[in-house]
Design a binder for this molecule. Sequence first.
Ligand code: MN
Length: 707
Amino acid sequence: MLTIETVLDKVLAYNATANFDIIKKAYIFSREAHCSQRRIEGSPYIRHPLAVADTLADMKLDSATIAAGLLHDTVEDTGISANDIKALFGQEIAFLVDAVTKLSKVEFKTKEEAQAENFRKMLLAMSKDVRVILIKFADRLHNMRTLEHLAPEKQRRIAQETLDIYAPLANRLGIGWLRIEFEDLSFRVLMPDLYAELVEKVAKRREENEAYINEIIQLFYDRFGKAGIPAKIKGRVKHYYSIYQKMIRQKVPFEQVHDVIGIRIITDTLAHCYDILGIIHSLWPLVPGRFKDFISLPKSNMYQSLHTTVMGPSGERVEFQIRTKEMDAIAEEGIAAHWRYKEKDRTDKKNEQQVKWLRDLVKEISDAKEFLEAVKGEVVPDTVYVFTPGGDIKELPLDSTPVDFAYSIHSAVGDKCVGAKVNGRMVPLRYKLASGDVVEIVTSPNQTPSKDWLKFVVTQRAKSKIRQWTRAEERAKGIELGTRLLEDELRRHGLPISATLKSEKMEEVVKAYTLQSLEDLFVQIGYGKISAHQIVNRFMPERGHEEAQQAARPAKPARESKSSVITITGIDNVLYRLGKCCMPVPGDKVIGFITRGKGVTIHRADCRNVERMAEPNSRHIDVDWMEDAEGTSTTRIYIEALDKPGMLANLSAFISSENVNISSVKANSTHDKRAFIELALEVKNRSQLLSIMNKIRQMDGVLAVRR
Ligand code: MN
């Protein structure tokens, strides 16, 4: 079992001048603080910070980092305050513990909290002091190694986050061993069957190739010995997750992944690296396109090595990695290597260089393509980062909805989207996406874009695609309605429909309105800009000259289009009027009637006149109130009340207290002391009207209220 002595011995082995007292003190303090806590599997909690400290010692870090690793959960989980840590352990350790605590708080919110946001916070913490991230890595590593004690759902969530954030970050920081362990531990949780299969197949391949690989290694020891090149040669198996990625990338089964087993050669000098490369290439033909010189062109995480693949002695591909000991240390330890043996001398030149190197690296990470989207969250706070089910990041403006997301994928996806699943749950289309959401669009071949979407989409692309579609749709409906109105009017005047529409005169009429085509004329009639009556007049020989002159000017719409509150089968901006008999308000059930020359009149469905209005040539049409209609509509209510002094004053005082305007009042009284009051009110909608009518009914002296 791991003890503090093991950790201290490990530290001693690489740094005899370490501050062992502070590490011991941190251990005792942490053990006391956590004494009442247990890990989920039942062991004493101190095992966790101890394991974290052990990993930090493996990374050969300084005493402050190891002490902070022991203390990293004390502020989060126990009654200890950040100030207590500062008083007992000093500023530096307190800073590290505090930063890790803050980072943990972020992590615990992951369900809502964005992964990209998490990542951004990690970067920020790291840019202050990279040791914060190294402690966080060690913490996550131990949690990943002991994941099996958690509920399966939680295991998957943590594994996914490790794969999405921790592994790439470890890679960026050049800590190769950590990246590999993060990836394989996550892989095992996320795809257990595939993982088990690969473990088995890799072991088999290794066994099959062992003799062959040993043969090559022996051959090289001989060659290098003769050439006087010191070298360490070892066979190496790619880690499972990288094999899996290769299978995915190349769309091949495991059997066709070639370089599962490779050979790594570590030598002393840079010159010897190239000598070794020459020897390999002189022995066997290289596979074209596989030679990479990361020595002259290091990766952004400082990784340096020569890579080459050759066709080996029996025609098998063999991959070689050639590097110096120093390069190998960087490849394994990355940025952690720069914190080795360092005890509180951050002022010397060498350290300044390292701090600069670190800053550059952080900047470099910010610039790196694969993290660009995530990091931009810092620069452009008005952005959310969401994921496709396949794991691609989409950057969208703040308040974007699933519809914006769908159009960002493809306009065909946007046009057909009926719903969305966010993090596996169905959400409404107007749902506001949050960073980290995994968004899956549900489409239907029968769906068409809706004008209503314009009320909530925020991206320019979605807006213009929806408008493009609805404009075409509106035009089609305008043509349909306009054709009906004009044909009706022609029929009423006994004019031949087809002949009139095709006549030269009609062409002239179209030109007179500066329109391009007959279709445009239908649209204008359908939208109520021009009345069918005006057009037909021009074909009536006995009708006056002056009307024809007038007709060249478009008729004024009955209402300003902006205050339009009615839509007709999906079109707005239609010429319409509200029936004077029933004075409908938004929310009332309504019917539209196409009236000769007047466009559409809207009546309440229960209007007494509706039946009478249904004359042979008028047609009714489906209409509806616009959802977000603003402004007020005028309607009438009738009140029967006791005729007593102050009745009218009370009524009007009450109605204005409800913020409703009274536009006219008529009152009569009868000889039996009853009053009949007719009020014209400007109300927003039906529910406001009904609520006011109800309240009036309850007023003292009121006998009846009706519309
Ligand atoms: Mn922890």
